[in-house]
Design a protein around this ligand. Structure first.
Ligand SMILES: *[C@@H]1O[C@H](CO)[C@@H](O)[C@H](O)[C@H]1NC(C)=O
Ligand SMILES: *[C@@H]1O[C@H](CO)[C@@H](O)[C@H](O)[C@H]1NC(C)=O
Ligand SMILES: *[C@@H]1O[C@H](CO)[C@@H](O)[C@H](O)[C@H]1NC(C)=O
Ligand SMILES: *[C@@H]1O[C@H](CO)[C@@H](O)[C@H](O)[C@H]1NC(C)=O
Length: 203
C-alpha cells in the first residue's frame, strides 16, 4: 500500500501548490554560463536545465546541451506577504502536469556540506519543505540567485555560494549549489565540476 499512500500525500501537496502559485513572469529556460578562469571546463558551458525523474513527483536538476521539449520552462512566483524584497519561488512548467514544479535547495546533508543538490519537485509553492528551502529566488544580471534566509529562520547569514554543475550521479551534468562558508582556498573543486551562472533565456 506504499504507492497509493504516496499518491494521496502528493495530491494534498499539489492542491496547496496550485492555490499559492502565481505566475507573474515570462517563461524562460535556464542556461549555464561558465564563470571565468575555468579553461578546462568548456563542456559545462551553454547547457539547458531539465528535470530528471527520480520518484513520484520528484526530480533532480540536470542539464543537456540541447534545448528540447523536456527542457524545464521556468518562471518566478512571488512569496505572498514576504518581508524580504524580491522573494520568489522558482517554479517550472514541465508540460506534463497541470500544476507547477518547484526548485528546492536540498538540505539532505543539513546545510553543513560544501555543496548540496537541487531538486525540482511537485507540490511546491510552500514556504517550508521537508526536503529543503523553496523560497528566496530572484533574477539579476548574473542570472538566477538564491538567498538562504527566507523560510529558514535559523539561518543568520546567507549561505548561497553560487551554482556548481557536476558530472555526478546521473548520466548528464547535475546542478548543485555551494555553501559560501566553504569558500576557502583549501577546498578543491573536483575536475568533474564547474562553477556557473544560470542565465534565463526568455521564451
Ligand atoms: C506564465 O505566464 C506566461 C506569460 O503570461 C505564459 O506564457 C505561460 O504560459 C505561463 N505559464 C504557466 C505555467 O502558467
Ligand atoms: C518530445 O519530443 C519527442 C520527439 O522529439 C516526442 O516523442 C515526445 O512525445 C515529446 N514530448 C513532449 C512532452 O512533448
Ligand atoms: C497577507 O496579508 C494580508 C493583509 O495583511 C492578509 O489579509 C492575508 O491573509 C495575508 N496572506 C497570507 C498568505 O498570509
Ligand atoms: C546578483 O545577486 C547576487 C546575489 O545576491 C550578488 O552577489 C551579485 O552581486 C548580483 N549581481 C549583480 C550584477 O548585481
Amino acid at each position: 500500500m506504499q504507492f497509493p499512500t504516496t499518491l494521496l500525500a502528493l495530491s494534498a501537496l499539489i492542491a496547496t501548490a496550485v492555490s499559492q502559485s502565481v505566475n507573474t513572469s515570462q517563461e524562460y529556460n535556464l542556461k549555464t554560463c561558465l564563470k571565468p578562469n575555468q579553461p578546462d571546463k568548456r563542456r559545462f558551458e551553454n547547457l539547458y536545465l531539465y528535470a530528471y525523474h527520480t520518484g513520484a513527483g520528484e526530480n533532480d536538476a540536470v542539464f543537456d546541451a540541447a534545448l528540447t521539449n523536456v527542457s524545464a520552462k521556468g518562471f518566478l512566483s512571488p512569496v505572498t506577504n514576504s518581508t524580504v524584497p524580491d522573494n520568489n519561488f522558482q517554479e517550472f512548467d514541465l508540460g506534463t502536469q497541470p500544476y507547477p514544479w518547484t526548485m528546492i535547495m536540498a538540505d539532505s546533508v543539513n546545510f553543513y556540506a560544501a555543496w548540496q543538490p537541487v531538486r525540482i519537485n511537485a507540490g511546491g509553492g510552500s514556504t517550508s519543505s521537508d526536503y529543503g528551502i523553496e523560497t528566496g529566488f530572484f533574477i539579476n544580471t548574473t542570472g538566477l540567485q538564491w538567498t538562504s534566509s527566507p523560510g529558514n529562520a535559523g539561518t543568520a547569514q546567507d549561505e548561497f555560494g553560487g551554482w556548481l554543475v557536476c558530472n555526478w550521479w546521473h548520466e548528464g551534468p547535475q546542478l548543485f549549489f555551494r555553501n559560501i562558508y566553504y569558500d576557502t582556498p583549501e577546498l578543491f573543486t573536483p575536475c568533474s565540476c564547474a562553477d556557473v551562472y544560470l542565465i534565463p533565456e526568455y521564451l
